[in-house]
Design a protein around this ligand. Sequence first.
Ligand SMILES: N[C@@H](CCC(=O)N[C@@H](CS)C(=O)NCC(=O)O)C(=O)O
Length: 200
Amino acid sequence: MASSDHIVLLDFLGSPFGMRVRLALAAKGIEYQIEEEDSTQSKSSLLLKLDTVHKKIPVLIHNGKPICESLIIVAYIDETTCFLELLSVCSNINFFIVIHVYPPSDKVWTANGEEQEAGKKEFIDRIKLLEGELKSNPYFGGETLDFLDIAFLPLYYWFHTFETFGKFSIEAECPKLAAWGKRYGGGIRVRLSTSRSSAT
Ligand SMILES: N[C@@H](CCC(=O)N[C@@H](CS)C(=O)NCC(=O)O)C(=O)O
């Protein structure tokens, strides 16, 4: 990606998947415009045109070319820039864990009774795996952040929701992970403006 490139992110505020892309763009220092979808309205014609299969945000538009699926977009950003090799230190096991931690997390706050308890147990088991991967490092990448930091951090902003609905403490279950979230999630500055671009 060159500084003259036209980069637009189709997203809406609060989406953990969109947040992955914002984090990757921020980590690389890439300037971009945001085209905000209104989650309370029907899908925009732009989204329907760009993601004809799943019709989901985020979509990154690089010089008019759409790229869909948050982790594919993060990989694409990494491959087309050279400031920081986010993928180089990411193992397959990390990739597997982060993909499989999202589905049970939904059940913690949307389900009830046995289904919620099962989701909670599964979620805690998986974040414990992540806690193990962190070891005693500040980031999953060691001294610098890597793909797993970016792929997982958006879920950190939901920790309070999971704890409130699931009635448990992530800090008690995974103290290192909670500390990682505070350190990394509290310090990062991601652009959250809602300015509309002229992308069509
Ligand atoms: N696997 C996709 C998931 C994206 C996703 O679920 N996006 C949600 C917003 S958080 C969406 O667009 N939902 C609209 C829908 O399901 O129709 C990714 O990682 O990009």
